[in-house]
Write a protein that binds this ligand. Structure first.
Ligand code: 13P
Length: 252
């Protein structure tokens, strides 16, 4: 069985002082949380803090991630951060197409596909987010929506879809305290896995993460589902004890 991946998404939170406390807290408790078992761990931090957090993580084994990447390679794109720039800071992962970017920054499936391609070209693993809104779920459109979002990135130039990480994040569960039940999440993960299987023989290698109010109390049950390969954690990743509890739940 492949290792679980527990990735924190700090979103637009943190400061030099708070980041130091948070990373030191996670590092201090990591060995105890893992209890000799294995789990891949990452933190996706705001771009200005990449260098700081790279230094704080040091040789802890916790990987560094970004929360977005530009769809452009370089040039006159004020405010954008390119994949090559992320790579300069040893960034291993970049979240792409988070629902907050789709919702507040107008990112389309096409933009998400271009960003995914840029990350891969720079040697960064994109964590591509998919997920339905409450209205879409209520209308019985969950499957259609997540399949459309995944389809946009499934044919990659020169790369295999098995090189990406997928995160299923139902929009109605993000930051609301309303988690999808393990059964609801597993049902969607199974749909995504089937779609990956139709595209590549390596589909079982792909990590499909669940995100949306995952916390210390519900992580174990979610992570026990056959197609839930880890978590993308928002709020609970900002507290070392909560994040470590989720890592403990993911350690195998
Ligand atoms: P919460 O864990 O705060 O619900 O956020 C989930 C998320 O959006 C992670 O990317």
């Amino acid at each position: 069985m492949k290792r679980k991946l527990i990735a924190g998404n700090w979103k637009m939170n943190g400061s030099l002082a708070a980041n130091t406390q948070l990373v030191q807290g996670v590092r201090a408790g990591l060995a105890q949380a893992l209890e000799g078992k294995a789990c891949d761990v990452a933190v996706c931090v705001p771009a200005p803090y990449l260098a700081q957090v790279a230094g704080l993580l040091g040789d802890s084994g916790v990987a560094l991630g970004a929360q977005d990447v530009s769809a452009h390679e370089q040039g006159a794109y004020t405010g954008e951060v390119s994949a090559a720039m992320l790579r300069d800071f040893a960034t291993r992962y970049a979240i792409v197409g988070h629902s907050e970017r789709r919702q507040y920054h107008g990112e389309t499936d096409d933009t998400v596909a271009t960003k995914t391609q840029r990350a891969l070209a720079a040697g960064i693993t994109p964590i591509v987010c998919v997920g339905e809104t409450l209205a879409e779920r209520d209308a019985g459109r969950t499957e259609e929506v997540v399949k459309r979002q995944l389809a946009a990135v499934i044919h990659l130039n020169g790369h295999c879809i098995s090189e990406i990480v997928v995160a299923y994040e139902p929009v109605w569960a993000i930051g609301t305290g309303k988690t999808a039940t393990p059964e609801q999440a597993q049902a969607v993960h199974a749909v995504l896995r089937a779609q990956l299987k139709a595209a590549t023989e390596h589909a079982d290698r792909v990590h499909i993460l669940y995100g949306g109010s995952m916390n210390a109390a519900n992580a174990a049950e979610l992570l026990a589902q056959p197609d839930i390969d880890g978590g993308l954690i928002g709020g609970a990743a900002l507290k070392p004890t909560d994040f470590l509890s989720i890592i403990r739940a993911g350690a195998r």
